[in-house]
Design a protein around this ligand. Sequence first.
Ligand SMILES: Cc1cc2nc3c(=O)[nH]c(=O)nc-3n(C[C@H](O)[C@H](O)[C@H](O)COP(=O)(O)OP(=O)(O)OC[C@H]3O[C@@H](n4cnc5c(N)ncnc54)[C@H](O)[C@@H]3O)c2cc1C
Length: 437
Amino acid sequence: MLMKSSPTPIEKIISVSSEMPIIKQVKIMNIKVKTAVIGAGAAGMSAAISAAGKNSGKVIILEKQNKAGRKLLATGNGRCNIGNTDLSVKHYHGDKAIIKSVLSYYTRERAQKLYRSLGLLLRTDSEGRIYPYSSRSDTVLECLRKKLEALSVDIICSFEIKSIKKENGIFCICSQSDRVYAENIIFACGSQAAPHLGADKSGYDILLPLGIKPGIMFPSLCPVPCREKYRLLKGVRAKGRVSLYSDGQIIKTETGEIQFSDTGLSGICIFNISRYVNEFFAAGSTKTLLISVDLMPEYNESDIIGYLRHCKKLFANDDSGLILSAALDVKLSQTIVKSAGLSGIRCGSLSDSDICRAAQNIKAFSFTPSGIGDFKSAQVSAGGFDSHTVDPRTLMCRKIKNLYICGEMLDADGDCGGYNLHFAFGSGMLAADSISK
Ligand SMILES: Cc1cc2nc3c(=O)[nH]c(=O)nc-3n(C[C@H](O)[C@H](O)[C@H](O)COP(=O)(O)OP(=O)(O)OC[C@H]3O[C@@H](n4cnc5c(N)ncnc54)[C@H](O)[C@@H]3O)c2cc1C
């Protein structure tokens, strides 16, 4: 039964902190609102701004943590890579219908309109990545908070949704101790990636009893554990080209920074490759995966052979492990030479075939992915709710009217470069816009 005493719209005062969006004192019972947004992340806050901007009734955000936007604050190493100038579909993976619908709704112009309405000044780097001008993620969060306040949207923190049910066309949203009633509900609970930021899969779990099931989910944008353990390389960084092979066929190539660790590979271009590696393991594929790192992509093998011959003469009395030390990190030089089976001799003693083997290793330093990455070190989750569950045009759940799902809960994940926040903001706005329609 819906509230007997109908204490509309808000029975007890909700106090919203004026500093950061931390709610100091919340006492709510039996609130009835037009739209309840579950989750105060990028998707939830943009959804609430869009819903409240339509002036069609009270909007609130229910957030389980004691502050809003915790993951947003951690983005881009605290700089918040909020978007990208290249918004083509090729940077996204997952349900193409949902991705295309969100991207065609949340265009660059619409994104700029949102930033303008927030007063958020931006700057774009040489690779098209968009950041707040302040280079600080807290600027973005503060702009969102001010806008929500101006639109009279309350963020009720420490409100962890345990269950929802629908009675007489109204949703009853239950935490341990309180109830909120809403005509529309927008799920923006994010994914289980980065649990140290409070992330979990409770959003999916709440929807399960209603018969709404996500597709297979796996971590993305994370380090790739590998069989080869090069302890010496721990912490070494290099620029290069990385190629992923499956049964000898090239699947994906990325150029950029590679970070080596004693357990495998990391860095932006490895993060982008991790999506493909993890998809293979999650699907139980038995194909053989191989990551080949080209440490000198600007040069072909014969150029490198020529260079090594030159260094052989120059550094004739040095240990062969140092032959590449004028080009690469010393530890990388030593590891490359060792893995070509050439340690313990002097540069001057290297034969032509030794030099060829070293050159081959520079062009194709190989690693074997040993298993799926970890949600703990992942930036996003791939998979989730697809277009069998939500209508891509509106993001409304096909089974339950007036229930919308947006952000990372959906089966859409982007490459590194601002694509995930762009999708989160865009899908939140699309879901909210669909309500008014
Ligand atoms: C370290 C790191 C760096 C990143 N950097 C970038 C970057 O620079 N650029 C980029 O584009 N992307 C980046 N991402 C990815 C990006 O942060 C996410 O894709 C995006 O924040 C997803 O937004 P969301 O609103 O869907 O989910 P979230 O931001 O995770 O928000 C979900 C909210 O819902 C709340 N919630 C969950 N369950 C419940 C419940 N049961 N009841 C109430 N509330 C609940 C959570 O506490 C959370 O506040 C990064 C991710 C990480 C982890």
